[in-house]
Design a protein around this ligand. Structure first.
Ligand code: UN1
Length: 496
């Protein structure tokens, strides 16, 4: 069993308190992946100090040089992809093809950042006055607090940390306490690629101890957080005290709409992947399936038959389709939602129980679960469950389907299956979500495209693609007057 440490100011260190916590394999909880420092406010203070002093040097490194380091990060992640995927499966359970995909998102994000290093463009504009030059350039913001979840332990940290570093910000990183080993491996790779001391710092521990200390720290200039909507609201309120810039990627209640003209086999593959991939633990997971009444019965039969065949097990086995959920409290929360659904009168057509078959007893497994006859006003249709639970709703038309899709406080991802181009475009126009897929599942965002949602899924920022670079830089407007005399904007006019 490995004993892990924090990395602060260029040194691997224990928590000042000396306390540790364990990280266990959710497929086999007798296996301890490692112990990690249970840090607190004083560890965060030190990391912020280190990040502040490193910022003075890092901001002066030319952006293409920072990009070269990130390209090496991409190379190292590629070389270690399989090893990292296996470590990730051991600490959070999802199947190997998915953890490989998670590392691949990090690789893609690294190479994208390296490319962006020669394209961190500003703007020039004509001045109102003669012999005067106007431009706006991007400058780094300062110290970035990065607080990340356990469901994408590599991809999500890279979405935040790589753009931050490329832009010249320094980082204090608090990964989820369920996935600290993958996060530590990422930091080791950043160091091996040449990120200088103090520029990247990692502090392990809980959200209320370490995460909130980062958010409240007056010398942290911005915070990027992915997690639940209730925690996002707390962060937003706490960050308001210092008027910190905050990017929040929060919950979802994503739906797949299947019209009567859809390719049903394709739509079936889509919903199985969207609802039960990552054991339903994605903010983009399909948790509602909205079916046109003409295909409802046929599609339900197809869905139940295929879901029954999904094989639960340890994600390290190539035969497994669905791994465990992350931990016991999460499994309890999922089961509570199933009880709520039954109580609300939804029709439990499959699953709904803790899975206890062969090889499942020592892990946090839950049966893939389907509710039929769900109505939009039920809690299981409105609240994020974050587990392998799918609610199916029947509708009569495209308009009703879109209204059901929109009937939620969230607005991250959405999907429509139809062969009718007119219906597809109407749905693109009317669905209130940050992402709409046509004939593809609600999961599968690509690293070079904006990622984020509307309503209570976030606070208007986008990760991914070119858009994330707006978050990690400030615009600085520069005027150069080469007239040699005082020129007064808006007063000296030359066009009467
Ligand atoms: C998340 O669940 O927080 O589109 C992110 C997807 C993945 C990212 C999910 N590429 O499902």
């Amino acid at each position: 069993m490995k004993k892990y440490q924090n990395f602060i100011g260029g040194k691997w260190v224990d928590a000042k308190s000396g306390d540790v916590f364990e990280n266990r394999n959710p497929a086999n909880w007798s296996e301890v992946v490692g112990t990690f420092p249970k840090s607190g406010r004083e560890d965060v203070d030190e990391a912020v100090r280190a990040a502040c002093s490193a910022f003075d040097r890092w901001r002066l490194v030319p952006v293409p040089q920072r990009g070269d380091i990130l390209r090496r990060v991409g190379d190292l992640l590629s070389a270690r992809k399989e090893e990292l995927a296996r470590l990730m499966t051991r600490e959070m359970g999802k199947v190997l093809i998915e953890t490989r995909g998670d590392v691949q998102e990090g690789i893609d994000t690294a190479y994208y950042a390296a490319g962006e290093s020669r394209r961190l463009f500003g703007r020039t504009a004509p001045s109102e006055l003669p012999k005067k030059f106007a431009m706006a350039i991007r400058v780094p913001v300062g110290v970035a607090g990065v607080v990340t979840p356990w469901n994408f332990p590599m991809a999500i940290p890279t979405w935040k940390i790589f753009p931050a570093l490329l832009c010249g910000d320094t980082v204090v990183f608090k990964p989820a306490s369920d996935t600290p080993a993958t996060a530590t491996a990422l930091v080791e790779i950043l160091l091996e690629a040449g990120i200088p001391e103090g520029v990247i710092n990692i502090v392990h521990g809980g959200g209320s101890d370490v995460g909130m200390a980062i958010v409240e720290h007056p010398d942290v200039d911005l915070v990027s957080f992915t997690g639940s909507t209730p925690v996002g609201k707390k962060i937003s309120a706490a960050a308001a005290v210092t008027l910190k810039r905050v990017a929040l990627e929060l919950g979802g209640k994503n739906a797949q709409l299947v019209m009567e003209d859809a390719d049903l086999d394709l739509a079936l593959d889509g919903v199985l992947w969207g609802a039960f991939g990552t054991t339903g633990q994605r903010c983009t997971a399909t948790s509602r399936l909205v079916l046109h009444e003409k295909i409802y019965d046929t599609f339900m039969n197809m869905l139940v038959a295929r879901t029954k065949k999904l094989r639960l097990g340890d994600g390290l086995s190539e035969d497994t389709d669905v791994g465990p959920v992350i931990n016991e409290p999460q499994r309890k929360a999922i089961h509570q939602y199933v009880e709520i659904g039954v109580g609300e009168g939804a029709d439990l057509v499959l699953g709904g129980k803790i899975a206890t078959g062969d090889g499942l007893k020592n892990g946090w497994f839950y049966q893939p679960t389907i509710f039929g006859g769900v109505r939009p006003e039920m809690r299981i249709a409105k609240e994020e469950i974050f587990g392998p639970v799918l609610g199916v709703i029947k509708v009569k038309s495209l308009q009703e389907g879109v209204a059901v899709l929109n009937d939620t406080i969230y607005g991250l991802s959405s999907a429509i299956y139809t062969r009718d181009i007119n219906k597809a475009f109407e749905a693109i126009r009317d669905i209130k979500a940050g992402i709409t897929y046509v004939n593809a599942p609600t999961i599968g965002a690509e690293a070079h495209m904006p990622f984020g949602g509307v309503k209570q899924t976030g606070n208007g920022h986008r990760e991914g693609g070119w858009t994330v670079y707006d978050f990690f830089t400030e615009w600085k407007t520069v005027y150069v007057d080469y007239s040699g005399r005082i020129q007064k904007a808006q007063i000296d006019t030359y066009h009467q």
